[in-house]
Design a protein around this ligand. Structure first.
Ligand code: SF4
Length: 348
């Protein structure tokens, strides 16, 4: 485990988390233009300028004026743990002391960062370590973005997934704003096709998200049977997954936007032939994909992952039914870094 420098908290306002339009609103009364605002966001989100003095293409007088009230405000991780397979888990701490985790997952040309939207979570999914950590608070857009631009590998990131701590649609406004900044040319400029928001199914948030963002959406399903799903994912009681899948099927498709189901496979629990058949019936004929994920045991114990053979059996049978299915590799299991199952055992 590596430790970084102790976090220094100042009382200055933060630029990180602001859109180009918001920065323009700040500097317009001082006589500066939208192109100055875009120069600031480019330096902040793309170039990783270390401070306001390092922002390029803006006048010195603007830097001086900004510096009086603002700082860049990109949080850096306070700790990190590296897996034998190359995945790296970072621990961040907000100014108010909230802790949250991020996982960087290199895989050939594809480098994914798995970000948290909240510190802890209040959804209470039975198999998830974050649920036992409890809910500590929502992360601001700046704190979410810091997980993408504040890690040492920021320049190599190609994909962003909201599958870390928390339910992203329970922190809708900050997640949507982060997606806008990650996608925008004036921001991090990562294509919306490479950004995925994963939810356990807050229907109201899903409807808003589909209408206001072009990013991909994943529903964490884990059982095709509503009664069984309620035991894993209590939110099923209020927002039935059948409703959400119907919405995903009927929603007008925008080119290359992906809708998928995440299915964490647990040995002897949700990997029977009956589950396979019900999964098939649920999405045959649609363009919804299925990602089959290995289960990462938590400290509570109790469950173990389905075998690789069983996972490939599911994949094969789904594919011959015309369903796009994939088996996700287990990454970072030695550092408790499974996406969607980030351990709350924030090892100190
Ligand atoms: S699986 Fe996701 S939504 Fe459910 S408790 Fe864990 S972090 Fe929250």
């Amino acid at each position: 485990m590596y430790f970084y420098k102790k976090k220094v908290v100042t009382d200055k306002k933060k630029l990180c988390g602001l859109t180009a339009a918001e920065i323009f609103e700040l500097i317009e009364p001082w006589g500066y233009s939208l192109s100055h605002a875009v120069a600031i966001t480019n330096s902040l989100y793309k170039v990783k300028a270390s401070g306001i003095a390092g922002i390029s293409k803006i006048p010195k007088a603007l830097k001086e004026k900004l510096s009086l009230e603002f700082e860049m405000g990109v949080d850096k991780p306070v700790r990190c743990e590296k897996s034998a397979d190359g995945a790296i888990k970072y621990l961040f701490q907000s100014d108010s002391g909230l802790e949250f985790e991020t996982v960087y997952i290199p895989d050939g040309k594809r480098n994914t960062v798995c970000v948290s939207a909240q510190s802890g979570c209040r959804m209470g999914c039975s198999f998830c370590a974050t649920a036992s950590y409890g809910f500590r608070g929502n992360l601001s857009a700046g704190e979410i973005l810091s997980q993408v631009i504040g890690i040492p590998e920021a320049g190599r990131i190609t994909h962003v997934v909201f599958m870390g701590m928390g339910e992203p649609l329970d922190n809708y406004d900050n997640v949507l704003k982060s997606c806008e900044i990650i996608n925008s040319e004036w921001g991090k400029a990562i294509s919306r096709r490479n950004v995925t928001v994963s939810t356990v199914g807050l229907l109201i948030g899903i409807e808003k998200f589909l209408n206001n963002s072009q990013c991909n959406l994943t529903l964490s399903l884990h059982s095709p049977f509503p009664e069984e799903r309620k035991q894993f994912v209590p939110v099923e009681k209020f927002y039935p997954s059948g409703e959400i899948i119907r919405l995903m099927k009927e929603y007008p498709r925008v080119k290359k936007r992906r809708f998928s189901l995440a299915y964490v496979m647990i040995d002897g629990v949700n990997d029977s032939d009956e589950h396979l058949q019900a999964l098939r019936e649920l999405i045959t004929g649609s363009e919804i994909r299925i990602n089959l994920l290995p289960y990462h045991p938590t400290e509570k114990g109790g469950y173990k992952s389905s075998s690789p053979e069983k996972m490939n059996y599911f994949k094969h049978n789904l594919m011959i039914s015309g369903i796009s299915a994939s088996v996700r590799k287990s990454r970072g299991s030695d550092i408790s870094a499974a996406c969607g199952l980030l351990a709350s055992s924030l090892k100190r």
